[in-house]
Every structure is written in structure tokens, then in C-alpha cells.
Design a binder for this molecule. Sequence first.
Ligand SMILES: *Cc1c(COP(=O)(O)O)cnc(C)c1O
Length: 366
Amino acid sequence: MEIKKDYLNFAVGPVMMSDSLREMGAEPVPYFRTDDFSKLMLENEQILKELMDAPEDARSIFLTGSGTASMDAAVNNVFTPDDKLLIVNGGSFGHRFCQIAEAYHIPYDSICLEAGHTLRREDLEPYDGRDYTGFLINMNETSTGVLYNMLLVGEFCKKNNLLLVVDAISSFLSDELDMAQIGADVVLTGSQKALAVPPGVSMMVLSQRAVKRIESGHPMCYYLDLKAALKNQERGQTPFTPAVGILIQLNARLCQIAKDGLETERSRIRTVAEDFRRRIGKYPFRIVSQSLSNTVTPLSPINPQVSAYEIFRILKEEYGIIVCPNGGEMAETVFRVGHIGSLSVADNDRLFAALDDLMVRGILHF
Ligand SMILES: *Cc1c(COP(=O)(O)O)cnc(C)c1O
């Protein structure tokens, strides 16, 4: 089965990769129980911590799995059924944290937010001074494109002495993220979002408080045992065979970002996002988020007769362009345009040319 791969891709992951990273994907995969690979992994740890502004004594680990592997591992290694979690549920990724807590029988309450709505101080007030021990949030709820105010969340967690888990899978590199300032205990990300390497590696940075919890706990999953992962990463290794090739691509990418500066990378993404948002105003769409991440723009056709899913389908089939369809209840009303990966303003030009054509054809209208 041959599938088409050369789309112009505005999805939120996997995203378009640079030519040099793609070429690395064709190289042989080396044996990994070597000093060279250990050094590469220790460098990955050091750069990741720096890019997240982690405290000096923080640790980081690399799991083989998609981003959800880190969400799962964080919940089941840092917490137990004696904890009580507060989970922000503003869409499908918040809902995923709730399902993971259920899978491990960890009690939780969720703050359910309407699609597109941000988290306000008054949404937290009813939960202040209660018996929670942990707080779980997706910094950017990618399904609805809402970026939460992490300073507000960090302040609430400090006041209530809660362990804070931040899923930054779709905001790492795109949005301001200062782990030490927020006081986060666990920050997660994944390889196939703004890091723009293939899916398959998920990583987390852990505060000393989280490390202590992991070291004194008993994980409920054999493969995602973070105690074993921490022990191995001390010497730049992993308990099992990792996605070696992707970790090598990740190293090249992390070194490049460290060299160019994080702000250079972030402003590149921001430029593509701002260009898109400035120009989309003339088209028959509404941006349906109160607080946007640089990663993605959620759009809803102004005319309810125009199907969001149909736009996704026609762009893919007839123009070779991928945008991100929404699932479930929002399938017909919302789609999303991502701004991460190897994209430029010239790529936005191609997307707008396709939208102009949809207007001429009458498929898209006010
Ligand atoms: C992409 C993403 C994930 C992880 O999804 P995977 O398919 O497991 O990689 C988790 N949380 C958020 C906010 C995401 O954007």
C-alpha cells in the first residue's frame, strides 16, 4: 500500500520536517549500549532542561511512545490511589488525563470548561483550600486551541501545595514556558509536535519533588516504570531498547535550537501564526478560542451550511494540503490550522491561494 506523503502539512503532529532531519531518518540505526549514545542522551537531558527553564536539580527522561505515554507514566508513577487530583478538562486532552486517572483508580475532580474557553481565577476558586494533592493541565488544549495562563495555575498550586503536572506537548518551543517560575513538578512533551522529528519519543522534565515521589513509589506499569528510567538515565541509558534513530534526530534538533536560541525558534513559529491570523480575517471563518497558543488556530465556518470536515477533505484530496479536522461533536463545525514544523509564510501563501479558489468555486462562502 503506497500512501501519499508529500502534502503541505498544517497538522499539529506529525508535522513537516527539515530536509536534514529527513535525511537522518535514512541513516543506519546504531547499537545503543555504548558510551557515544550515553553521551548523546545526557546532552539531550541537559538541553531539554535548559529549554524548559527547569531548576538545576531537575531530571529528565525519554520514553519510547507517543506523548500519551508520558501523560500515563506521570499519573501512575507520581500519584497513587491515596492522592486526589484536580484536572482541567477543556477538551479531548484534558479528558484523556481524566481517563488515565480512572485507569489507575486515582480519585479526581475535573474542572470542565466550555470549548474555546480559557481558565479564569474564578474557575479555580471553588477548589481552593480543599484536600487535593495534584493538579493536571494541558498547557495548550490542542483540541480546541486554548492556551491556559500557567502563572495563574502555578500560583494556585503553590498556595495549595499541589504537585503540578503540565502537559506542554503542543506548547513546548511555541509558547513561553518557564518550569521554575511556574513551579511545575512534571513537564511533558513529545517528539512529533514543534520538535518536528518523527513520532515515537515522549519526554518529561521532573522536579526533585517529583523525583522523590517516583523513587519512593511503586509504579503500576512495568514498561513505563520511571524509577527504572531515572536510574538508567543517570548514565544516559534506558531500561529497554529506545527509539534510537529518533533520539539521534532529536539530538540534532535540540543542539540546533540551543545554538540558535530558543527565542529564535519561538519567534519563527510566532511569525507564521501571526501572518496566518492577520490574513484569515478576510475569510468566512471565526477564530474560536479565547486565548491562542502560537501552535494552532481553531477555525469555524461563519455559515453553518459550510462543513468544516468537508473543507478538510477537499483541501486534502484536491489541493494536497492537510489541515487538522476536529473529531466528535465538533467535526462539522471546527478545523484547525497548525503553525509548527518546517513551515514558512510562503506556505501560508499556498494555503490562502487554495482558500481563494474555494471561494471562487462557491464551496466556501459567507
Ligand atoms: C499531541 C498531544 C498529546 C499526545 O498525543 P499522542 O498522540 O499520544 O502523541 C497530548 N497532549 C496534547 C495537549 C497534545 O497536543
